[in-house]
Write a protein that binds this ligand. Structure first.
Ligand SMILES: [Zn+2]
Ligand SMILES: [Zn+2]
Ligand SMILES: [Zn+2]
Ligand SMILES: [Zn+2]
Length: 329
């Protein structure tokens, strides 16, 4: 027979809500009176007293009614409304749906272990989802109705996942889009660009240790540089493509992208200037040759063919001189 709180209290001759001290003193008084050493016919009464006391020590001393009036069955997730006796722990809770019984404390522990998240976006496809009790049980995988990816409820907030921002393959430095399993560390990180698998830990270590500098200035020749992933690995020497000097990334001043753009525009202007000067010089040379040949052919013989040739050269030379001059200005 299962003992109830009411029975136990009656056995010890106690009122509805005794204190811990009242229970102990009532038990001691009864036990010394009923001890089998004094009268062996009291044995069953003695044992009953002991049992009642043990029962109260376990559950009954917790005084008062449970504040919780509604629970969820830890077995079938049915919604339960608790009776007064159940809230008082006088009896176990029996689920009317699955007929299983459990103690109030077990029910409360289950209830408080449920995630408080009732809605959110799928961490894989970002579809908004609602979560029933079933999905809120800790450690349970939830399948997204939209993308069929499986995830845990706490991952709704990105908890325990690598961020959704671009990360890079530690072998070929290509940016990678990680799936949920990879973000969770459930499997190695696979890069389809170089067909390499990287251990999760190694991958995270690589990505978190990368220098935040993405652009800067060569500390030797001051040329503006962009730093791709491969040069952002700590303690790795970078070779300047202009002066061929090697330096560490920390030694290069971090620049804004505006400064880099300015420097590129500068370079473009420089190239135009050089091109213009070359064209101007070439035009000058051709022009000079044309004039000299014309002058010689004038003074020696009268030949129509050379006129066409030399006037062509003069025009060509003049054209380059003017175009080159315009490029330089
Ligand atoms: Zn149930
Ligand atoms: Zn999804
Ligand atoms: Zn790769
Ligand atoms: Zn340099």
């Amino acid at each position: 027979m299962k003992m109830t709180r009411e029975q136990a209290l009656r056995t010890l001759g106690l009122g509805k809500s005794p204190t811990r001290g009242e229970i102990t003193s009532a038990y001691r008084k009864l036990v010394s009176k009923l001890h089998p050493d004094k009268n062996s016919s009291n044995l069953s009464k003695f044992l009953e007293t002991k049992e009642a006391y043990e029962f109260l020590k376990k559950v009954g001393i917790k005084k008062g009614l449970s504040e919780i009036r509604e629970l969820i069955c830890p077995f079938c997730y049915a919604n339960l409304t608790l009776s007064l006796a159940e809230r008082r722990r006088d009896c176990d809770i029996v689920c009317p749906q699955c007929k299983k019984d459990f103690s109030l404390d077990y029910g409360l522990a289950f209830y408080s272990s449920l995630s408080t998240i009732t809605s959110g976006n799928c961490p894989s496809c970002n579809t908004s989802l609602a979560f029933d009790v079933n999905a809120r049980v800790p450690g349970r995988l939830i399948s997204c109705a939209n993308c069929n990816e499986e995830f845990y409820i706490n991952e709704i907030n990105g908890e325990g996942l690598l961020p959704n921002t671009p990360m890079f393959c530690s072998s070929c430095y290509e940016p990678l889009v990680l799936n949920l399993k990879e973000r969770r560390g459930d499997c190695d990180i696979f890069c389809s660009s170089c067909n390499t698998e990287t251990k999760f830990r190694e991958f995270v270590l690589f990505n978190t240790s990368l220098s935040p500098y993405t652009q800067g200035e060569c500390p030797n020749c001051c040329v503006k540089l962009q730093f791709p992933i491969g040069s952002r690995i700590p303690d790795e020497l970078i070779e300047c493509p202009d002066c061929k000097e090697s330096f560490y990334l920390e030694e290069a001043e971090n620049l804004t992208s505006e400064a880099i753009e300015q420097s590129i525009a500068h370079k473009r202007r420089d190239i135009r200037l050089i091109e213009g000067r070359n064209q101007f010089n070439r035009g000058l040379l051709v022009l000079a040759i044309g004039i000299v040949v014309t002058f010689i052919s004038y003074s020696t013989a009268e030949d129509g063919g050379t006129y066409i040739l030399t006037s062509g050269a003069i025009f060509w030379g003049l054209w380059d001189v003017i175009a080159g001059f315009l490029k330089m200005s």
